[in-house]
Design a protein around this ligand. Structure first.
Ligand SMILES: *Cc1c(COP(=O)(O)O)cnc(C)c1O
Length: 354
């Protein structure tokens, strides 16, 4: 298939207003966005247009019934050649986007169109990719139902779009998490494995409660017994026991992070043992007390990797950082960050250059 993309460029770029020293996260948008329409039969009208608002009917199906999915990924400036922009494993985001679409009864998007939407947009807005240390361009592909019809059924029309925000270095402070035993993020047979908008809406109230108790994030447990660790808000979970690193196995109640898989493969490359299996809160506690747990960390596109300070369970706080170290997490974070910017050879074929 050949996807023709029409291009309407902005008359005046906003890039001069962009303060590269003070980027923040998610508040500045690049000049352009990509948009494509599903007309009920096929994706049509692929276009790059100036970044700006959509006009929507009040009856827009996505607003009422929540057929809305997204992806999150980053592009980096190459450390080797200032002109090169690097994307990290975009095919994985394409595949996950389509897993989300299928579960939400939305049309899938050809991987070729997904990748072309990203490469075309990044090429046009390439000057927005921060060159500063730790800076990157956050990319947000998303799709939502656009029928204006009141009735619960899959929409016949959809919009797929992509916009980008330059982001600064992620302030990597170790986090305090609350082991959540009352609320659930996902249920067996549900949509926890998708990046559908509703999953994030549902997590906000429990997270706000945890934050009012002095935590940064919720550590979700399995929805049936609340004894097995799953993941946090938008990150996957790892526990380091000496040279063995354990991460919860994938189920339909947790999100298969690309960073998670890349961390697993990188840890193995670096000579560590990785187990994907059930991991109970009790095991973490027992092995912390036995002196066998050296690090807890979480992984996701936004930060790559963040260490956990410790966790709260049944109202008691267990500090991990005070009796552990950050050796494994630091090693794997640096390794991955170097691959993403071409400071380390891309032996796995993870990088797509623009
Ligand atoms: C996006 C996300 C992750 C991390 O996925 P990455 O592909 O590594 O960014 C983990 N958990 C949830 C719930 C997420 O939404």
């Amino acid at each position: 298939m050949n996807f023709e993309i029409s291009i309407e460029k902005v008359k005046n770029s906003r890039i001069a207003e962009f303060d590269t020293e003070n980027i923040g996260f998610g508040k500045i948008f690049t000049d352009h966005m990509f948009v494509s329409d599903w007309n009920g039969q096929e994706w049509t009208n692929h276009r790059i247009v100036p970044y700006g608002p959509f006009q929507l009917s009040p009856a827009t199906s996505a607003i009422h019934y929540g057929q809305s999915i997204f992806e999150g990924m980053k592009a980096f400036a190459s450390s080797k050649n200032d002109h090169d922009i690097l994307m990290f494993r975009p095919e994985e985001n394409a595949k996950r986007f389509n897993r989300s679409a299928k579960r939400m009864a939305m049309p899938e998007i050809p991987q070729e169109l997904f990748i072309k939407s990203l490469t075309t947009l990044l090429d046009i807005d390439r000057n927005w990719v921060p060159r500063s240390e730790g800076g990157s361009l956050y990319i947000r592909p998303f799709m939502f139902a656009t029928d204006d019809f009141i009735g619960v059924k899959p929409s016949t029309t959809y919009t797929y779009a992509v916009f980008c925000c330059p982001v600064g270095p992620y302030y990597n402070k170790p986090l305090r998490v609350k082991v959540e035993e009352e609320y659930s993020r996902a249920a067996p047979g549900g949509v926890g494995f998708t990046k559908c908008a509703g999953n994030y809406a549902a997590s906000m109230y429990p997270t706000a409660i945890a934050q009012s108790e002095g935590y940064d994030q919720v550590l979700w447990t399995d929805p049936v017994t609340h004894t097995l660790v799953e993941e946090t808000g938008t990150t996957n979970f790892f526990a380091v026991f000496g040279n063995t690193i354990v991460t919860p196995e994938l189920t339909d109640t947790l999100l298969a992070g690309t960073t998670r898989e890349s961390v697993i493969l990188s840890l193995r490359t670096l000579g560590y043992q990785v187990e994907e299996r059930k991991l109970s809160v009790q095991e973490i506690k027992n092995r912390l007390i036995a002196g066998e747990l050296s690090e807890l960390f979480i992984t996701g596109t936004a930060a790559t990797l963040i260490n956990l300070d410790g966790f709260g369970h049944h109202g008691e706080y267990f500090s991990v950082i005070s009796q552990g170290n950050q050796i494994v997490s630091t090693k794997v974070k640096n390794y991955l960050d170097e691959i993403k910017t071409e400071s380390q050879p891309d032996t796995q074929g993870w990088i797509v250059k623009i």
